[in-house]
Structures are given as structure tokens and as C-alpha cells.
Design a protein. Structure first.
Length: 151
């Protein structure tokens, strides 16, 4: 990304403390809706089928099935109307975009997403963090500047 854009994004984009989620995860998005002079929070729970963009332009699409009808909603990541995001289930998929779920109905669609237990996910995250920390220590000992990678 352009360094100028990075500076602008870091300065003006609000800091969002959302949990890390990825495509295949089941999330519950608490979205603020204004109806006339009233305001309420509506939860929308479904599977993340797409994450698109970066910076201020980042969006994610959540799909759920209600009464046999598929409903998809696109949320801007930095929307001030998102109250909070909860990760309900952690899924493991081998695709970046899960558009094929649109054709599948009910249980068959759920079976296509392998569910990972939360403790397994946390163990994987700890391993990644340890590897990153060791890599940074090795680079610090050798006197090199750390490279910017997300491993």
C-alpha cells in the first residue's frame, strides 16, 4: 500500500477493536438501525462469505438462511453503525470467497465448512505468535531491520 495512504488511514480511520475473523467463520454483527426518531440494535448472524478491500474501503459479506431464503448483507468494516462483532464459530475453508454456498441449501452448506474448536484455533494462534517472536529475535540479534510480513 502507498505510504501516504497508510499515514492517512492510521490517522483518520477509527480504531476498531473487532475480533479477528476470516472467511468461513460464523459471526454475529450487532448493527445499529435508525427508524424515524428511534434507534435500535439488530443482530445479524451468518457465515462470512467474502472479505474485500483494505483500509477505509474494507467490507465483508455475511450470509444466512432464513425460512429457506438466503439473505446476504454487506457491512463496511469501519461503519460507525456496527456496535460489535462476535465470532460464534470458527470455520476452516479452502476458498477465499464462498460464493458456492449460494447454491447449497441447509445442512449441506454447513457441512462444507469444517468447524474448528476454539482451543485448536487459540493453539494455532499461539504457535504463529511464537514463530513471529523467534523470527524477530533472530533478526534483532543479527542486526537486521525486521521485515513487514504477517506470516
Amino acid at each position: 500500500m502507498n505510504r501516504v495512504l497508510e499515514k492517512i488511514n492510521s490517522r483518520y480511520l477509527p480504531r476498531k477493536e473487532y475480533p479477528n475473523f476470516k472467511v468461513g467463520d460464523t459471526v454475529k454483527v450487532h448493527y445499529r438501525i435508525k427508524e424515524g426518531d428511534r434507534e435500535r440494535i439488530q443482530p445479524f448472524e451468518g457465515v462470512v462469505i467474502r472479505i474485500r478491500g483494505s483500509g477505509a474501503d474494507k467490507t465483508f459479506t455475511v450470509r444466512k438462511e432464513s425460512y429457506g431464503v438466503g439473505i446476504e448483507r454487506i457491512f463496511p468494516y469501519y461503519s460507525p453503525n456496527i456496535e460489535k462483532i462476535e465470532v460464534i464459530k470458527i470455520g476452516k475453508v479452502r476458498r477465499a470467497k464462498l460464493y458456492f454456498l449460494r447454491e447449497l441449501k441447509g445442512k449441506i452448506a454447513q457441512r462444507k465448512i469444517k468447524e474448528i474448536k476454539r482451543w485448536e484455533y487459540e493453539a494455532m494462534q499461539r504457535k504463529k505468535e511464537e514463530a513471529r517472536r523467534k523470527r524477530e529475535e533472530a533478526q534483532a540479534e543479527s542486526g537486521e531491520a525486521p521485515e513487514n510480513s504477517d506470516g
